[in-house]
Design a protein around this ligand. Structure first.
Ligand code: TRP
Length: 331
């Protein structure tokens, strides 16, 4: 039986952190057996903010290496770089004719970017959702495993798909956000200020390439307090977060012990942090080391990106043929 198609894009910016791992990557890894997965590095999207393109190649390699180190299997999924699949650009051109300036200007992520960098409101930024729709529709995908912040973009992808279907031929299924059966772990920053971040708040964020020392230092500095005064108190958010992290990397016995200490007002946060740091190092170090090896293995990386591009292009060119036919173009 044909498996259902899943697409997701990863931006090649910054180093991945624990929030990315438990929020997205772990689920990608779980999906690879059950679905026909197309995962790619969105390098064209990153151009919208005018990065230093000389550094882009390095970021792409880093992201690929990290994803593989976390368990994505390039033999099972199509793991590719967006710019290796020119079919996406052609579909983007067609979809741009179905996208209206007014609706694009209303997108919250666009408005944010305009506010943050008023000097770089380029057309690529405005049509970011059209390119994203092309990434998805080029594979006629049904599911897109993304976070809440991408809902609006997905809704636009559905609108473009519907408009195309209506104007030409019923061709694209409506793509929906993939909902995981288990709730995603929400991981906060260690200092209690917001979420872990790729670009801000480095001391509060555990990166997948942090050294053992950095991991230990960051966890030691994590925000705590004098401890609860009454048994079975509710945990403040920053303490809850330390327990969330512990649940992800420590054994059940360890978690139970500290839960019990907390509930009986005997908790020693120094001990909790020591244990958490030890278990976190055991979790992150192998990923870091594996990613470093892959990142420097040019031969392997070019082999797997070629394999990924071939798989993606096979599907993409099939779609594009259907699109051209529906539009009565070139045949
Ligand atoms: N916009 C997504 C993000 O910011 C990245 C992305 C680009 C994407 N194209 C996609 C995600 C297609 C899912 C499907 O994270």
């Amino acid at each position: 039986m044909n498996k259902e198609i899943v697409v997701s894009g990863i931006r090649p910016t910054g180093v991945l952190h624990l929030g990315n791992y438990f929020g997205a990557m772990k689920n990608y890894v779980k999906m690879q057996d059950e679905y026909d997965c197309y995962f790619f590095v969105a390098d064209w999207h990153s151009l919208t903010t005018h990065p230093d393109t000389k550094a882009l190649k390095g970021s792409i390699k880093r992201v690929l290496a990290e994803n593989i180190a976390c368990g994505l299997d390039p033999e099972k999924v199509a793991l590719y770089v967006q710019s290796d699949v020119p079919e996406i650009a052609e579909l983007y051109l067609y979809l741009n004719m179905l996208a209206y300036k007014g609706e694009l200007e209303k997108v919250p992520t666009f408005k944010d970017k305009v506010r943050l960098s008023p000097d770089n409101v380029n057309a690529g930024l405005l049509t970011y959702p059209v390119l994203m729709a092309s990434d998805i529709l080029i594979h006629r995908a049904k599911y897109v495993p993304v976070g809440k912040d991408q809902e609006q973009h997905l809704e636009m992808a559905r609108n473009f798909a519907e408009r195309f279907n209506h104007r030409y031929t019923e061709l694209f299924p409506a793509p929906y956000a993939f909902n995981f059966k288990t709730a995603l772990s929400k991981i906060l920053s260690l200092d209690g200020n917001g979420k872990m971040s790729k670009s801000e708040n480095a001391m509060g964020t555990l990166y997948l390439n942090d050294s053992d020392d950095a991991i230990i230092k960051k966890i030691k500095k994590a925000k705590t307090d004098a401890g609860p005064e009454t048994p079975n108190s509710e945990k403040p958010e920053y303490i809850e977060n330390l327990f969330t992290l512990m649940n992800l990397v420590s054994s059940k016995e360890v978690v139970d012990k500290f839960e019990n200490d907390f509930n009986t007002c005997n908790i020693r946060y120094g001990d909790l942090k020591g244990q958490l740091a030890e278990d976190m190092v055991k979790f992150i170090a192998p990923i870091r080391e594996k990613a470093a090896v892959i990142e420097n293995d040019e031969v392997y990386l070019s082999k797997i990106t070629k394999l990924g591009a071939d798989k993606a292009r096979a599907r993409a060119s099939e779609t594009l043929q259907m699109v051209r036919k529906a539009m009565h173009m070139f045949n």
